[in-house]
Design a protein around this ligand. Structure first.
Ligand SMILES: Cc1cc2nc3c(=O)[nH]c(=O)nc-3n(C[C@H](O)[C@H](O)[C@H](O)COP(=O)(O)OP(=O)(O)OC[C@H]3O[C@@H](n4cnc5c(N)ncnc54)[C@H](O)[C@@H]3O)c2cc1C
Length: 438
């Protein structure tokens, strides 16, 4: 009899991973440190506690988050089944009764004959122990220190200070030009030029926009000292941004033949250049305010934000550097990672990571090739990005249609296009599972 597989962390990813492993006929020990040791965000002893909103986002297939849920249902996700059982009315979203959801997942795991739930903080993992680590954005300090040592300090992060990400197809290219400063290297950057009037309007709105009340502790405040939110920088004086992230030097707008008054630069976020990051725009503005104010930037009037800027505590690793496509550590032993710790962002994305890591550790132990889902599927597109993102600029990501390979036909209308992407995804998943079954 093989020894039980450890799953460390009984959050969204860990519970899903434990369920997948146990369902495949293997014994699991699921370690959860609560309630003896709580995180700064959890308040109960339940497994799979939702730390904030009770919404798992959109439920319809025209939305990438809805598609991801549907794929997880088809892949036998426990957490999606419990979410469907405990849902509450929420329009087009899937929202759950958080108490019934967490209690339901906890009961299903505790009742499973192959799962033993142990309430204990884990600080190290023996090197021959098959394990899935899913300790989340608030991984305990002792385990964080161990992971940092194992992976290398530079590949384990404690904070997330990211700028918003927009889709390329939502940009107005009549206002934007591609160029690198002083024409050096490839013209990787997209530049949004502003005249004085546009800059003034933007600056006035930025400095008066509503900010998210920060809950940062002293450690976080110290960390973020070197990484100023764009609105704080702007508040220092009207020209501060023009000498900082919005400096126009070395750039000539081909439309005017002149250097613009200020320039917002966008840098590609993925290799396919379907997503762009707003350079220097880490921010604490409320999400609605980000949409309102940043859409004043020329070329961004219709921008679709697939991720808003945030500055918060978040433990995550550099997945493209450290993990294989199976979500296994490249270092060798059967150590798999899942959840927000691998750089996905969001409840459902974390569940998806738990499902993939759980299924793949079983396949690894059985000597089978890993499940690597087609890129046309939501689950495939998400993990393809996480594993293949640029190591140097790696930042957490949630599911969005910008991560999918483009369709072979051009469809202009967004809803129809998203529906076509979803149909293609579900077809690709069905096909993949049919061939896997053989
Ligand atoms: C404050 C906050 C609010 C968020 N709000 C939302 C939101 O509204 N919507 C959304 O989609 N996403 C949200 N997220 C992001 C993310 O989706 C969730 O954090 C999600 O719960 C991540 O799933 P996970 O399984 O990776 O981690 P978690 O669900 O946090 O689970 C990790 C588990 O590991 C345990 N643990 C940690 N260290 C150890 C250890 N050493 N030994 C044993 N157990 C350990 C923890 O107690 C926890 O139960 C939020 C994140 C935070 C921090």
């Amino acid at each position: 009899m093989s020894k039980p597989i450890w799953v460390v962390g009984g959050g969204l990813a860990g519970t899903e991973a434990a369920w997948q492993v146990a369902s495949a006929g293997y014994d699991v020990v699921l370690y959860e440190m609560r309630p003896a040791r709580m995180t700064p965000a959890h308040t109960t002893a339940f497994l799979a506690e939702l730390v904030c909103s009770n919404s798992l986002k959109a439920n319809n297939l025209e939305n990438a988050a809805g598609l991801l849920k549907e794929e997880l249902r088809r892949l036998g996700s426990l957490l999606m089944a419990v979410a469907d059982e405990t849902k509450v009315p929420a329009g087009g979203a899937l929202a759950v009764d958080r108490h019934r959801f967490a209690a339901g997942v906890t009961a299903r795991l505790e009742e499973h004959p192959r799962i033993k739930v142990v309430r204990e903080e884990i600080s190290t993992i023996p090197s021959d122990q098959p394990a899935v680590v899913a300790t989340g954005p608030l991984t305990s300090p002792s385990l964080s220190a161990w992971l940092q040592k194992l992976f290398g300090e530079e590949y384990f992060y404690f904070f997330d200070a990211v700028a918003p990400i927009v889709t390329r197809e939502s940009l107005d290219f009549t206002r934007i030009f591609a160029a690198s400063r002083y024409g050096r290297g490839e013209a990787e950057y997209l530049n949004c030029p502003m005249n004085e009037e546009e800059y003034t309007l933007f600056w006035e709105n930025l400095t008066t926009a509503e900010v998210h009340q920060s809950h940062l502790g002293d450690e976080e405040k110290r960390y973020f000292e070197g990484c100023m939110p764009v609105e704080v920088l702007a508040a220092r004086g009207k020209d501060t941004l023009r000498f900082g992230p919005l400096k126009p030097v070395g750039l000539i707008d081909p439309a005017t033949g002149r250097r613009p008054y200020a320039v917002v630069q966008l840098r590609p976020e993925n290799r396919e250049k379907t997503l762009y990051n707003m350079v220097g725009f880490q921010t604490n503005l409320r999400w609605g305010e980000q949409r309102r104010v940043f859409r004043l930037i020329p070329g961004l009037a219709e921008a679709e934000f697939v991720r808003y800027g945030v500055m918060h505590r978040n433990s995550f690793i550099n997945a493209p550097r450290l993990l294989t496509a199976a979500l296994q550590w490249k270092g060798g032993w059967p150590l798999f990672l899942a959840g927000q710790l691998i750089g996905v962002e969001g409840y459902v994305e974390s569940i998806a990571a738990g499902l993939v890591a759980g299924k793949n550790i079983v396949r690894f132990l059985e000597g089978k090739p890993p499940l690597i889902f087609p890129r046309e599927t939501a689950v495939g597109a998400l993990f393809y990005h996480i594993i293949n993102a640029e190591i140097r600029h790696f930042q957490p990501m949630s599911i969005n249609f910008g991560l999918f390979p483009p369709l072979n036909v051009k469809i202009k209308e967004k809803l129809r296009k998203n529906r076509a992407l979803a149909e293609r995804a579900l077809g690709a998943l069905e096909n993949y599972l049919r061939n896997e079954g053989k």
